[in-house]
Write a protein of this length. Structure first.
Length: 578
C-alpha cells in the first residue's frame, strides 16, 4: 500500500523538470511542510508469500509438463479438455520474437524438472494451423448481465472500505490530527490540513506516525489496518509527490540529487545571508519562542486563578441571569395582576347581573303567585259569568222569538188559495219577481211591508244588512254601497215614476238581504226570487225554540223602538251625505 505526502515547496524550479529534484533537501523536511496524505491500492486481503517476478501463463505452471506439440495432439484426440484460462492466446507464429523469448525464459526459470528435450521442443515453433482459441471455463461467463453486475459488485465490494487516518508524534498521547472518513474507496483522497497551530514543538519534528483505520461491508466496527512511522528524510520525491514505499527498500529507489547537476547558467550568482543576519534571525527566533512560552505560562496561570475563583465568578455571572429572571417574573406578575383585575371586574358584573336576575325572578314568582291566585278566584267568577251568559243568551233568544212572533202577527203572511207559492202580506199580494200584470200601488205597499219586516229583523237579530233599507211604506228605498256603479246608489221599491230596471234591481237587493238573514240562522234558500215564501220561512225558523215564549217586559218595546229610531236616523244621515 504505497502512501504519499504533499508539501508547499514541492514545485521544482522553472529550469528543472518536475521529476529531477525537489526543493527541500532531506534534512530540511519537517512536519510543518506536510499538507496532505493520500493512500493508494488499499487491499484488505493478505498478499501471497511467493514473490511474482514474471508473467505467469498456463505453460509456466509447474504442474503443467506438456509441450505445445503434446497439447495439440491431445486436443485432436480428445473432444473435451479442461482449460485453465478464459483469455485468447495467439499461436507462436503470430507472437513476436521478444515475447516468445520472455515466455521461454520464464518457463526455464520456473520449471526445474523439465528435460533438455522438452526445452528444445518448446523452443521449436508450433504447427501453423492458423489462429487457435481456447474455450472459456468461467462459471459465470454465460450468465445474464444482471448476474454479471452482481458478481462484479460482490468482487469490488469486498475490496472497498471506509477509511480514515490519524497522525501521532512522539511525546503526545492524543493524535495531532484525525481525518474525515472516505466511504467505499480503494484509493481514498483526504482533505488538506494545517498543523501549524500545534506550535514549533510539533512542527519542527521530522518523524510522524500514521495510523489507518478501515471498515468494510463485512465488519461491524472500524479496525486498525496500518501503523507506520514515517521519517521525512526517507521519503522519495516522485513526480512532485513525496512517496513512502513500504514494500520496497528505499535504497533501490533513492534519488541522487548530485547525479544530475543543475545546468550552468550565465546569470550572476546572488549573495546569501551574512553571519550577523543569521545570528539576528536566530536571536529573534529565540525571543519569539520565549514570548510564546511566556504566553503559554500566563495562560496556564490565568486558567488556574479562574479555576480557583470559579465559585465566585459563577456567582457574579449568575447575577445578570437572576436579574433577567427577576424581570421576567415581575412582568409575569404584572400580567397576572392585570388579568386578576379584569377577572374581578367581570366577577362583579356577573354578581350584579345575578342579583338583578334574582330580584326579577323573585318579582316574577310573586307576580306568578298573584296571577295563580287571581286565576283561582277568576275560575269561580268565570263559571258564574258563563252561567249568566248562558241565561242571557237564552233570554235574548226568547225575546227574539217573541219579537219575531209579534212581527209575524203584525205583518201576517198568508198563502193565496189555488195559487202555489203565492202569498199575501197584511192582505196585499206580492208576486215573485214577475211584475207584468200587477197593480203598482198594491205592489209598492206590499214591498214597503216587506222592507219594514226585514229592517226590524236585522235589528232584532243584530245582523247589519249588506244593502241598507229605508222603509217608507209604499215609497221605500234600498241602497247598494258596494257595487262599482256610477250615478245614484239608492234604488226604489216602487214602480210608479221609477225606471223599470232600477225597480227590479231594488227588488233583487231586498231578496239578497232576506238571503243574508236566512244564512245567519243556518238556512239555505232554493230560490231568492221568492220573496214572501222566503220571508215566512225565515220568521217561522226565528220563532222556533224550546220552552214557552217569555212575556213582554214593561217599557221594553219603547226602549227597542228608541234604539231603532236612532240607528235609522244615523243611516238616513249617511244616505243623505252619499
Amino acid at each position: 500500500m504505497p502512501g504519499s505526502s504533499h508539501g508547499p515547496g514541492d514545485q521544482p524550479p522553472a529550469d528543472l523538470p518536475r521529476r529531477e529534484r525537489p526543493w527541500l533537501l532531506p534534512y530540511n523536511r519537517k512536519i510543518r511542510h506536510l499538507q496532505g496524505i493520500t493512500i493508494r491500492n488499499l487491499t484488505l486481503v493478505q498478499p501471497a508469500g511467493r514473490p511474482r517476478r514474471g508473467t505467469i501463463d498456463d505453460d509456466a505452471i509447474p504442474s503443467s509438463l506438456k509441450t505445445p506439440t503434446k497439447a495439440l495432439a491431445q486436443r485432436e484426440s480428445r473432444k473435451l479438455e479442461h482449460s485453465r484460462s478464459s483469455n485468447d492466446l495467439r499461436s507462436n507464429d503470430l507472437k513476436p520474437i521478444s515475447e516468445s523469448a520472455v515466455a521461454d525464459s520464464q518457463v526455464l526459470d520456473t520449471k526445474d524438472a523439465a528435460t533438455p528435450a522438452e526445452a528444445s521442443a518448446e523452443a521449436s515453433a508450433r504447427p501453423g494451423l492458423g489462429r487457435m482459441r481456447r474455450r472459456s471455463t468461467m462459471e459465470w461467463s454465460g450468465a445474464s448481465p444482471l448476474e454479471r453486475q452482481k458478481k462484479l459488485e460482490d468482487v469490488t465490494g469486498g475490496r472497498m472500505a471506509d477509511t480514515f487516518f490519524s497522525l501521532h508524534v512522539g511525546g503526545l498521547e492524543e493524535p495531532v490530527y484525525v481525518s474525515e472518513e472516505v466511504e467505499k474507496a480503494m484509493n481514498p483522497n483526504f482533505r488538506f490540513f494545517d498543523l501549524n497551530p500545534w506550535g514549533p514543538a510539533v512542527t519542527r519534528l521530522d518523524e510522524l506516525t500514521v495510523k489507518v483505520w478501515v471498515k468494510s461491508e463485512t465488519m461491524t466496527e472500524h479496525q486498525h489496518l496500518l501503523d507506520i512511522t514515517v521519517n521525512f528524510r526517507s521519503l522519495q520525491f516522485i513526480d512532485g509527490i513525496y512517496t513512502s514505499f513500504m514494500d520496497i527498500a528505499s535504497e533501490d529507489y533513492r534519488l541522487d540529487v548530485a547525479a544530475n547537476p543543475a545546468k550552468s547558467t550565465s546569470a550572476k550568482p546572488l549573495p546569501t545571508s551574512s553571519y550577523d543576519q543569521l545570528m539576528r534571525l536566530s536571536t529573534l527566533d529565540d525571543c519569539i519562542q520565549d514570548a510564546l512560552a511566556t504566553r503559554d505560562r500566563l495562560t496556564t496561570e490565568i486558567n488556574a486563578i479562574i479555576g480557583s475563583n470559579d465559585e465566585a465568578l459563577s456567582t457574579v455571572n449568575q447575577v445578570p441571569e437572576a436579574q433577567e429572571r427577576l424581570k421576567t417574573v415581575e412582568a409575569a406578575v404584572a400580567a397576572q395582576r392585570r388579568r386578576l383585575e379584569v377577572t374581578k371586574k367581570k366577577r362583579n358584573e356577573l354578581q350584579a347581573s345575578i342579583k338583578y336576575r334574582r330580584e326579577a325572578m323573585r318579582k316574577g314568582r310573586e307576580s306568578q303567585a298573584q296571577t295563580l291566585e287571581d286565576i283561582e278566584n277568576g275560575k269561580q267568577q268565570l263559571e258564574e259569568r258563563k252561567a249568566t251568559l248562558k241565561q242571557t243568551q237564552d233570554e235574548i233568544l226568547g225575546h227574539r222569538r217573541r219579537v219575531c212572533e209579534d212581527l209575524l202577527t203584525i205583518y201576517p203572511i198568508e198563502p193565496i188559495p189555488g195559487r202555489s207559492l203565492n202569498f199575501t202580506i197584511h192582505g196585499l199580494p206580492l208576486p215573485n219577481s214577475e211584475f207584468d200584470d200587477v197593480k203598482e200601488d198594491v205592489t209598492a205597499a206590499a214591498l214597503g211591508y216587506v222592507a219594514q219586516v226585514v229592517a226590524h229583523l236585522s235589528i232584532y237579530l243584530s245582523l247589519p244588512l249588506t244593502y241598507p233599507i229605508q222603509p217608507r211604506a209604499s215609497n221605500s228605498m234600498i241602497e247598494d254601497p258596494i257595487s262599482m256603479t256610477t250615478g245614484p246608489r239608492n234604488y226604489p221599491l216602487f214602480m210608479k215614476g221609477a225606471i223599470r230596471y232600477r225597480f227590479e234591481y231594488g227588488v233583487f237587493l231586498l231578496n239578497k238581504d232576506i238571503e243574508l238573514l236566512s244564512n245567519a240562522l243556518g238556512l239555505k234558500l232554493l230560490d231568492i226570487r221568492q220573496t214572501l215564501p222566503n220571508l215566512k220561512y225565515l220568521l217561522y225558523v226565528a220563532t222556533a225554540g224550546e220552552g214557552d215564549i217569555p212575556a213582554r217586559k214593561a217599557g221594553g218595546f219603547r226602549a227597542l223602538l228608541r234604539a231603532w229610531r236612532e240607528e235609522r236616523q244615523q243611516r238616513s244621515g249617511i244616505g243623505g251625505s252619499n
